[in-house]
Each structure stands twice: as structure tokens, then as C-alpha cells.
Design a protein around this ligand. Structure first.
Ligand SMILES: [Zn+2]
Length: 188
């Protein structure tokens, strides 16, 4: 087993597919240039953790590096789409755990605020939003003042912990990774 490609096929996953885009046009594996799209792969350590920076490969080199053993480009492309969906799930899990940890540790709190007026019942609708612990919205007394402050409170939270944008819209794998890295700086 001193053949490299055999080793790749026989052992555990060495890469996680992150996604495809046109941020690069060359393959770091074989040096091919002028690619319309590249596949971004995150190298993995023995324990499955990220190991270093992502690399960008062409489709066929990515399939080979991942040990899928595909001969057709279409098969490889289909597999990459499936792997991308897995990566989204994987990072959503991490994002959700990271948000929970920030809440548990008190870096982020749930604040009950009036977010809208219900004209039918002539009453305010209340609900919880995530905010920073000392956010001005916590001191807003009237429902009008709370509602007016909601967008700014959310913006302040996102400025400090961009990860919480995940509660507003679906983030891409690349966005989730970026925001997870930002947390380490924010709580340091
Ligand atoms: Zn290549």
C-alpha cells in the first residue's frame, strides 16, 4: 500500500466538500488552469476535525482525492451536489451549537419585546429576540419604543456575532464558516 491513490480509497475521508464556485480557476492538485468552477475541499485531520485551509480542485481531481472512484464527470458532479448538501447540514449543526453556547454563556440573551401591533385585538404582539446583554432595547419601556428598536438591536447583535444572521436567512457553507471563525475573535 505505498501507492498514494490506493491509500486514499482505502482510508477514512480526508476531505469534506464545502461547495463549488468560481472564486478560483485552477486546480491545486494537477495545476490545470482556466476552470469555470472549482470544488472547495476542507482537509480533515485523523479525528475528522478541520486541518488547515481549504483547497480548490477541478471536479475529477476532487472526486479522486475524495476516493469516490468515479470515472464519469457527471457522476462526480452529482456526488459533489450530494456532498454539498451534507456540508450544509454539518455546518448548520455547528452553527446551532455555537449559538446555544453563546446564549448559555450569557454573551447573547433572549429579550422579550413588542414587535408589532395587532389591530384586530387592539393589542401588542410580544415575542423573544436575541440581543446583546446590555442592548438599549432592554431599557426601552413602551411597546412603541421596543418595536422601533428591534431592527437596530438585531443589527448590533449581528455586528458582534455575525453568526446570528442564521436566524434571519439561510447562510451558505462559506458564510457559516466565516461567521464561526468571527466568533472566536468576538469572545476572545
Ligand atoms: Zn486537477
Amino acid at each position: 500500500m505505498n501507492n498514494n491513490s490506493l491509500n486514499l480509497v482505502a482510508s477514512r475521508a480526508k476531505y469534506r466538500v464545502l461547495g463549488t464556485n468560481d472564486d478560483a480557476s485552477d486546480c491545486l492538485c494537477c495545476g490545470r488552469q482556466g476552470l469555470k468552477r472549482v470544488v472547495w475541499l476542507q482537509p480533515l485531520a485523523e479525528d475528522g476535525d478541520d486541518d488547515g485551509q481549504p483547497v480548490h480542485f477541478g471536479t475529477m481531481c476532487a472526486a479522486r482525492a475524495c476516493g469516490w472512484g468515479y470515472s464519469s464527470r457527471d457522476d462526480a458532479a452529482r456526488r459533489i451536489v450530494r456532498e454539498e448538501a451534507e456540508a450544509v447540514k454539518h455546518y448548520r449543526g455547528i452553527v446551532s451549537a455555537a449559538m446555544k453556547a453563546l446564549i448559555q454563556d450569557g454573551f447573547v440573551v433572549q429579550t422579550r419585546v413588542a414587535y408589532g401591533f395587532n389591530w384586530k385585538s387592539a393589542d401588542w404582539n410580544y415575542g423573544y429576540i436575541y440581543t446583546l446583554p446590555g442592548d438599549p432595547i432592554i431599557r426601552a419601556v413602551t411597546p412603541e419604543a421596543q418595536r422601533a428598536e428591534v431592527p437596530a438591536a438585531k443589527a448590533r447583535l449581528r455586528a458582534k456575532y455575525p453568526l446570528f444572521e442564521a436566524t434571519e436567512r439561510n447562510l451558505t457553507v462559506f458564510e457559516m464558516r466565516e461567521r464561526l471563525a468571527a466568533i472566536e475573535k468576538a469572545v476572545a
